[in-house]
Design a protein around this ligand. Structure first.
Ligand code: 1GP
Length: 239
C-alpha cells in the first residue's frame, strides 16, 4: 500500500518509473503467467490495468491472476465503472480535464462511489489530458471529447495547472493507446516546469529512445502498453 507516497519517494530519489499497461480487451488471459514473469524480470515498476472498452467481469479475473504472479503494485486505469475490482492495489481516479464531457469530468466518479466504498483500493486523483496525436483514439471515441491541439502548448499547461490547483495528485499527458505520435518533448517539458505534482506520460511510446526522450523532458512515470503487447522482446531491450 502507500502507492502514491512511495512514488513521491522514488521521484525524490531521482528514480524513473515505468508502468506496463495491460488492456484486458487485447490481452490473452492464458498468457498472464508468462507475460508477468517478463514484467518481473524487467525495469517495470508498476502495472496498470484497464482499457476504453472491456467486457464486464474480465478485469476482475485478470487482476486476481496478475496479483498472484507479482509483487509490483497493480493499479486500475479504468475506462468505466465496471472495471473496478478490489483485487488491485490502487485506482487512478481519472478526470478527463482536456474534455468538456461532464460524465468523464465528474459523472462516472459519482456513479463509482457505491462500489469504491466496498473496496480497499488506494484512490489516486488524476488529471487526465488527452493530446492530439495524428489519429482518432479510443478515448476520444468513447468519451466524445476532443483532444487538445498539440500546438496550443499554453492551453495544455494551463489545463494541467488547473488540475493541480483542484487538488489532483498528478497529471497524465495521454496521446492515446497506439498513438501515431507520442506527446512531444516540448509539451512534456513545458508542463513539467509548471507543476509541483508528478507527471505521467503515455501513448505511442514504442522505442527505448522515445522512452528516454520522455524522461529527459520531465516525465516522472511513463506508461507503455502496445509496444509490449506487440513485441514481448521489447521487455529485454529496455535497460
Ligand atoms: C494508453 O498511455 C497508454 O492509455 C499507453 O499507450 O498502448 O500506445 O503504449 P500505448
Amino acid at each position: 500500500k502507500n502507492i502514491y507516497q512511495n512514488i513521491l519517494k522514488s521521484i525524490s530519489a531521482k528514480e524513473r518509473l515505468l508502468a506496463v499497461l495491460i488492456d484486458p480487451d487485447k490481452f490473452s488471459i492464458k498468457n498472464t503467467k508468462n507475460f508477468i514473469a517478463r514484467v518481473n524480470a524487467s525495469i517495470i515498476t508498476h502495472i496498470f490495468v484497464g482499457g476504453s472498452t472491456v467486457e464486464t467481469g474480465v478485469t476482475n479475473i485478470l487482476v486476481a491472476k496478475i496479483k498472484k504472479q507479482t509483487k509490483l503494485p497493480v493499479i486500475l486505469f479504468p475506462g468505466d465503472v465496471t472495471q473496478i475490482t478490489n483485487h488491485a492495489d490502487g485506482l487512478l481516479f481519472l478526470s478527463l480535464i482536456s474534455g468538456r464531457n461532464p460524465d468523464y469530468l465528474i459523472g462516472k466518479h459519482v456513479e463509482s462511489i457505491s462500489i469504491l466504498r466496498k473496496t480497499k483500493l488506494e484512490i489516486i486523483s488524476t488529471g487526465y489530458i488527452l493530446v492530439e496525436n495524428g489519429k482518432k483514439t479510443a478515448v476520444q471515441r468513447v468519451t466524445h471529447t476532443q483532444p487538445m491541439n498539440r500546438a496550443a502548448i499554453q492551453n495544455i499547461i494551463d489545463t494541467a495547472k488547473a488540475g493541480e490547483l483542484l487538488g489532483m495528485k498528478w497529471i497524465y499527458l495521454e496521446a492515446g493507446s497506439g498513438a501515431k505520435h507520442p506527446v512531444t518533448t516540448a509539451i512534456i517539458n513545458a508542463v513539467k516546469q509548471e507543476l509541483q505534482i508528478p507527471l505521467i506520460v503515455g501513448g505511442g511510446i514504442k522505442s527505448q529512445q522515445q522512452l528516454f526522450d520522455a524522461y529527459n523532458a520531465g516525465a516522472d512515470l511513463v506508461v507503455i502498453g502496445t509496444a509490449f503487447e506487440n513485441n514481448e522482446s521489447f521487455f529485454e531491450t529496455l535497460k
